[in-house]
Design a binder for this molecule. Sequence first.
Ligand code: GDP
Ligand code: MG
Length: 163
Amino acid sequence: YRPVIALVGRPNVGKSTLFNRLTQSRDAIVADFSGLTRDRHYGDAVLGQRQFIVIDTGGFEPETDTGILKEMARQTRQAVAESDAIIFVVDIRTGLSGHDQDIARFLRTTQKPVFLAVNKAEGMLDSPLVGEFHELGMGELHPISSAHGQGIRSLTEAVLDAL
Ligand code: GDP
Ligand code: MG
């Protein structure tokens, strides 16, 4: 059994960068996993002895704003349905946004564990700015830098330990 972890968040927060960091660009052979659809991006990831599958969402964003919202909502719902846990990614550089609030509202309706990753926090893992995201009501905050590889291990351990 390999747990499935979905990366969810509005465009540009760094989901794909985190995906690449976790999977080191190993694509999963999705055919082996029943229940997974093919219209999104799956990858194999390893932490120590533990293997898991990561789902990236948002790779197929349409051009228009309303299209993005609809497609984002659809992909988020689908990824949540397929996964054992969710990493909700937000961006400390832009700060909390209305889209983040919308996603949080939806994620609160799922029974699955949700982990809030505050990305782009290189050099500011201990900054008080991280605390702004408590407003999303998603529990503990996990400051990370997907681009620089900071906080990733601790986040991943928290997720895997909860499964
Ligand atoms: P996605 O739309 O959520 O998949 O976001 P991407 O992974 O495509 O990243 C969006 C932008 O944010 C890109 O320019 C990335 O290089 C940048 N980015 C991603 N992670 C980090 C990070 O940890 N720190 C900084 N400073 N930039 C990042
Ligand atoms: Mg992306």
